[in-house]
Write a protein of this length. Sequence first.
Length: 280
Amino acid sequence: MAAPSVSPRVTLNDGNSIPQVGLGVWQTPAEETERAVTAALRTGYRHIDTAAAYRNEPETGRGLANSGVPREDVFLVTKLWNSDQGYDSTLAAFDASLDRLGVDYLDLYLIHWPVPANNAYVDTFKAFAHLRDQGRIRSIGVSNFAPEHLTVLIDATGIVPAVNQIELHPLLPQHELREVHARLGIATEAWSPLGQGSLLTDPVITGIAERHGKTPAQVLIRWHIHLGNIVIPKSVNPERIASNFDVFDFDLDASDMSAIASLETDTRLGPDPRTFNFTG
Ligand code: A2P
């Protein structure tokens, strides 16, 4: 059997490093999550991304425990849900996530959304910093933060988040945020990296895939790697999970990259973080 693939790693601003390609389990039904996580870890993935809101933390933890891969070899990420923002509520929500995952530390904890109307993300991040100082989280970051949220957070806490996980795919390449991240030293992480599957039949993507003898999903994942993004494609299917990780033996050239750039429409598939204040 061929040796399993190994993902390159991205070094974070706190000195830790994260495997660039991970498995995302957003919209993975709880009953399919354990199998997907185990399949990913057996394939060679060493980075799993979940969230309290996905309601599959227990199954994610079981997949990790049953995979045979040691906990310390896996970069485990979860996210604090919007209704738990605030200093004390964050500490309690963190404990609950660890309990559900069945682990005693996290590699990365993210504020899921800024929820600007709540005005609580600064206190939330102060609680994150406390948990990091206690050694219970290795790296702390955010998700769906716009430039102005990053500025407020950094000015108030003096801490630059290690990661901002944002909607990012060829329809929405996020030029401005990626530039802000590069200037501040924040790693860019892409959610819905395949455009929730919508880009897999796009003729530009399928044409490039044919030329490289690769699948459309592999081309899209390679596009993210080329840009330096951390990328967490979601799949429930073990064969697709494996093939999404078979992306380290080819690269896109300048003409592929400019063809993919032509797909930009600036359309979001998910909510706009500046107005998304849902705490249900
Ligand atoms: P499935 O879970 O049935 O494999 P995104 O990560 O952008 O949210 O995209 C996830 C969507 O893309 C899911 O519908 C997933 O379906 C599908 N998908 C993931 N990998 C592949 C693949 N290699 N080929 C086809 N569809 C895929």
